[in-house]
Design a protein around this ligand. Structure first.
Ligand code: BGC
Length: 282
């Protein structure tokens, strides 16, 4: 299954298109659930239902590798199965440098130092490309969601994507190009990590009402705005479905909008990363 992406002409290689695949399995490994779907990367649409299974506890590389092996085997006979040599995109709550995990948030510490891409490629018997979960969500939003500008191209300038979930994830784009592994959830606010105070889970843990939570977000986003001067801020994570409770009450000079792809963003972005990592696009 091969196809050109009509609006990827900037990265279009002169040779090698015949090896490109359009449909990739995208997997988003979270602290509690692992979500996955086959994604049409030309449109950013899942072509199978978005499914989820519990992330094993403890979420060691071996245990997660077992789960992914079963998923890939199950998909094999599905009518929408990607080509056997189509790479798999995997989003992890970890800093990923050249395929190696350098941190581990809400997954087992055994990931740290592991060459995740090599490990999962060996386990699944097909190429695997790995990236940080917030980077994946951001990739999806700038290409197919709230960060699309005119003619479907990413919004020009600096776009900051912040995901509010168990932690706070962040992704930064310059003219649609990802600056990977930004860890802005770990910025300090009043002597503690921002994600300890302003994640969606912090709101639940402390029983904060919307005005109190909005106050924390105001402090956080004002700080980010001062540090980065973005042209657009996109707010994702499950809580973004309830954006009307907080986004309209934030006072910023920067336009701030809810993410559009919600819970599927990580999966879609992981599949997009798999597509972009094809050797012929490097
Ligand atoms: C981690 C990030 C991750 C974010 C969202 C943070 O605690 O440090 O790597 O992207 O949580 O899962």
């Amino acid at each position: 299954m091969t196809d050109l992406h009509p609006d990827d002409s900037a990265t279009r290689p002169t040779t090698g298109w015949s090896t490109l695949h359009r449909h990739h399995l995208g997997v988003d490994i979270g602290g509690t659930m692992t979500k996955y779907a086959v994604v049409d990367t030309a449109t950013g649409t899942p072509t199978t239902p978005v499914l989820q299974v519990p992330t094993p506890a403890p979420a060691t590389p071996e245990a997660v590798g077992d789960v992914l092996t079963v998923l890939v085997e199950q998909l094999h006979s599905h009518p929408q199965a990607p080509a056997p040599d189509a790479s798999v995109g995997v989003a992890l709550p970890a800093i990923i440098r050249r395929g190696i995990a350098c941190s581990a948030a809400n997954i087992d510490a055994a990931w740290i130092g592991l060459h995740v891409e090599q490990f999962l490629t060996d386990r699944l018997g097909r190429p695997v490309h790995v990236l940080n979960d917030a980077d994946a969500a951001g990739l999806a939003e700038v290409r197919y969601g709230a960060g699309r500008g005119t003619a479907g191209r990413p919004v020009a300038g600096t776009v900051l994507v912040i995901t509010l979930g168990t932690g706070i994830g962040s992704a930064l784009f310059m003219d649609g190009k990802l600056v990977p592994n930004l860890e802005l959830g770990h910025l300090e606010l009043d002597g503690t990590k921002a994600e300890t105070q302003a994640s969606a889970v912090a709101r639940e843990r402390e029983g904060l009402d919307w005005p109190a939570y909005t106050g924390r977000l105001q402090q956080y986003f004002s700080h980010l705005e001062f540090l980065i001067s973005p042209d657009l801020i996109i707010v994702g994570g499950g809580i973004s479905a309830r954006h009307e409770h907080f986004l309209p009450h934030l006072h910023l000079d920067t336009r701030i909008v809810p993410a559009q792809l919600r819970n599927a963003a990580g999966i879609i972005g992981a599949a997009r990363h798999a597509y972009l990592s094809a050797p012929s696009l490097q």
